[in-house]
Ligand binder design. Structure first.
Ligand code: SAH
Length: 241
């Protein structure tokens, strides 16, 4: 579904930002970049900042209007540093990621970013179903364009991974030993280390408390308890011979 997520940059004026945005996308598994009326070209600076993600910038589709960029999308979300300048449905970044993953399963969806200096116009914002605002420091809330792309792409990826994980059966919970089995192991250890002379009858407590703490931290499984009991029995047998 990640290929259905379009990152749309409107009116970008610094070519380096296109490269940084491409890189931000690629690390999160997004590939579909659309440039609306860019005020710069994909140049050397773009490629330098894209690092290994140059192909995303080079393959970016260039269109002249936002309408054209999102014409095939069933969900369009505009990102804005200014929350609630318009009375418009808002999404939290996390919700936004989840919505993209849900709806991106079946149709292209778009995440729209504005100009470095002026953001998105009201007209552009009104073409979006929802707005998303990264809840940054209220006194300094405007992220660099590519960093805003990074933050929201990360949310899309987290939602995507969450969904992937949910599709797999959970790892089985091991069969931990029951209390009684655990107590019997400790009694067995105590018996054997008295037999071998590691502790004597007088002061077993400290050692036994430390061993209890060690095994309780380890949370041995039934199989492991059985194996340890086997080891102890083999020591007992050797001692008899
Ligand atoms: N001065 C502009 C900020 C532009 S930053 C303004 O007031 O809108 C360039 C783009 O990065 C923005 O248009 C927006 O798409 C994105 N962006 C920056 N900070 C953001 C934030 N806190 N939340 C959501 N998007 C943000």
């Amino acid at each position: 579904m990640l290929h259905n997520v379009k990152v749309v940059l409107v009116g970008t004026s610094h070519s380096g930002n296109i490269g940084s945005a491409a890189r931000a996308m690629k690390v999160m598994g997004l590939t579909n970049l659309v440039l609306v009326d860019p005020q710069c070209s994909v140049d050397e600076q773009t490629m330098a900042l894209a690092s290994g993600a140059g192909e995303i910038a080079q393959n970016a589709k260039i269109v002249s209007s936002l309408d054209e960029a999102v014409s095939d999308c069933q969900l369009v979300v505009g990102s804005s540093a200014r929350s609630r300048t318009l009375e418009w449905p808002m999404l939290e970044p996390r919700e936004c990621g989840r919505k993209f993953v849900e709806e991106g399963e079946s149709s292209p969806v778009a995440l729209v970013f504005g100009r470095e200096r002026t953001g998105l116009t009201n007209e552009e914002l009104q073409k979006c179903h929802f707005h998303v605002c990264i809840p940054a420091n209220p006194e300094y809330s405007s992220l660099n364009l590519a960093m805003a792309v990074q933050t929201l792409s990360y949310e899309v990826r987290m939602a995507y991974l969450e969904k992937e994980r949910a599709a797999f059966p959970k790892a089985e919970i091991p069969e931990y030993s029951r209390h009684e089995e655990f107590e019997m192991l400790l009694q067995h250890i105590e018996k054997v280390i008295k037999l071998t002379g590691f502790i004597n009858d007088g002061q077993p407590n400290k050692v036994m408390t430390k061993l209890r703490r060690l095994f309780s931290r380890a949370r041995p499984e039934v199989q492991e308890i059985n194996m340890l009991r086997g080891v102890l029995t083999s020591v007992e047998k050797m001692n008899k011979n």
